[in-house]
Ligand binder design. Structure first.
Ligand SMILES: NC(=O)C1=CN([C@@H]2O[C@H](COP(=O)(O)OP(=O)(O)OC[C@H]3O[C@@H](n4cnc5c(N)ncnc54)[C@H](O)[C@@H]3O)[C@@H](O)[C@H]2O)C=CC1
Ligand SMILES: O=C([O-])CC(=O)C(=O)O
Length: 328
């Protein structure tokens, strides 16, 4: 069989802690699979170029058979040139005492500049995931500044929250993580996110019936998932990195290869379904198939769900208002 043309994968924030986990897994084949060669196109700031070169030396020392080339640059247009996929990680992380929205002004400008470069340089069918916080609103800024690039292909990461909820639910229900389906995490990657078990099942049974503890769901699961990032910062002194990289890999892998009919949560551009205002970048359940995602639609919400949705919608609308000047 002929060797496939390498896929070009742009990654921003290459000298940072998430990328220290992410790049090695991409090079190993965890995104495109074990038969697909890749080229890494790494972006970071001028002052971080030496550190990126150190990471590249380590990539070389792994002798990954699939890694055919690595480009290192501080120019976003070079990094995004002909990209098939792009991970937007580069931005400031929060530290103790900050909320992710406190990063809005520090990071928003990055996504305006990089949106223009994406517009100019990437393939039109490139798949984009924004990891840098506040991820939903950064992705909205990116898409708004890339008018010739399909908005559908700009997504934000809420998969880490989805994975966090899966583990908590599996442990409480005494089922395997892999047996859970129809879990949704809605809205903003922030304390207002809504980990929703209403439809979630394992082995054909509703998790809400297996666990049978609405108080645990409302007062423990939902807030614990929403506050997990803070708990990690408190414990580690730095924000999550390996688990964030893993979630970014899961997000992109499933988008490319499909989710086997299962629901996964992705931040996507709202089309107005489920009462979510059009244009917000919003965590929703999707099913991935044949290189694209389909939003799960036609769900009806009870009063509790409506209240949770309203809270995270309001926060994203406030964020949109705060960055209105950057939305083109
Ligand atoms: N969506 C999610 O679930 C998660 C998001 N995050 C976010 O991911 C981001 C990165 O986190 P870490 O890797 O831990 O941070 P880090 O500080 O270790 O690395 C960030 C890197 O981005 C680079 N950078 C800054 N501005 C840049 C620009 N304009 N262009 C290219 N590179 C630039 C920095 O030089 C640095 O090398 C943070 O915003 C963090 O809050 C972290 C965990 C989960
Ligand atoms: O909490 C943070 O700042 C990092 C992050 O987004 C997460 O771990 O979910």
């Amino acid at each position: 069989m002929p060797t496939p043309t390498p896929k070009r994968i742009a990654v921003t924030g290459a000298a940072g802690q998430i990328c220290y986990a992410l790049l090695f897994r991409i090079a190993k084949g965890d995104v495109y699979g074990p038969d697909q060669p890749v080229i890494l196109q790494l972006l970071d700031l001028p002052q971080a170029q030496a550190a990126v070169r150190g990471v590249v030396m380590e990539l070389e020392d792994c002798a990954f058979p699939l890694l055919v080339d690595t480009i290192v640059t501080d120019d976003p247009t070079v990094a995004f040139r002909d990209a098939d996929a792009a991970f937007f990680v580069g931005s400031r992380p929060r530290s103790k005492g900050m909320e992710r929205r406190d990063l809005l002004s520090a990071n928003a400008e990055i996504f305006r500049v990089q949106g223009r470069a994406l517009n100019e340089a990437a393939k039109r069918d490139a798949k984009v995931v924004v990891v840098g916080n506040p991820a939903n609103t950064n992705a909205m800024i990116l898409a708004a500044n890339a008018p010739d690039f399909p908005t559908e292909n700009v997504t934000s990461m809420i998969r880490l929250d989805h994975n966090r909820a899966l583990t908590q639910l599996a442990a409480r229900a005494g089922v395997a993580v892999g047996d859970i389906d129809r879990l949704a995490v809605w809205g903003n990657h922030s304390p207002t996110m809504f980990a929703d078990w209403t439809e979630a099942v394992s082995g054909g049974r509703l998790l809400s019936e297996i666990i049978d503890d609405e108080t645990w769901y409302r007062e423990t699961l939902i807030p614990d998932v929403a506050r997990r990032g803070t708990a990690i910062i408190e414990a580690r002194g730095a924000s999550s990195a390996a688990s964030a990289a893993n979630a970014a890999i899961d997000h992109m892998h499933d988008w490319i290869h499909g989710s086997d009919g299962k629901w996964v949560s992705m931040g996507v551009h709202s089309t107005g379904a489920h009462g979510i205002p059009e244009g917000l970048m919003f965590g929703v359940p999707v099913v991935c198939k044949d290189g694209s995602y389909e939003r799960v639609e036609g769900l009806s919400f009870n009063e509790f769900q409506n209240g949770m949705m309203a809270r995270t919608i309001a926060e994203l609308e406030e964020e949109r208002e705060a960055v209105a000047a950057l939305l083109g």
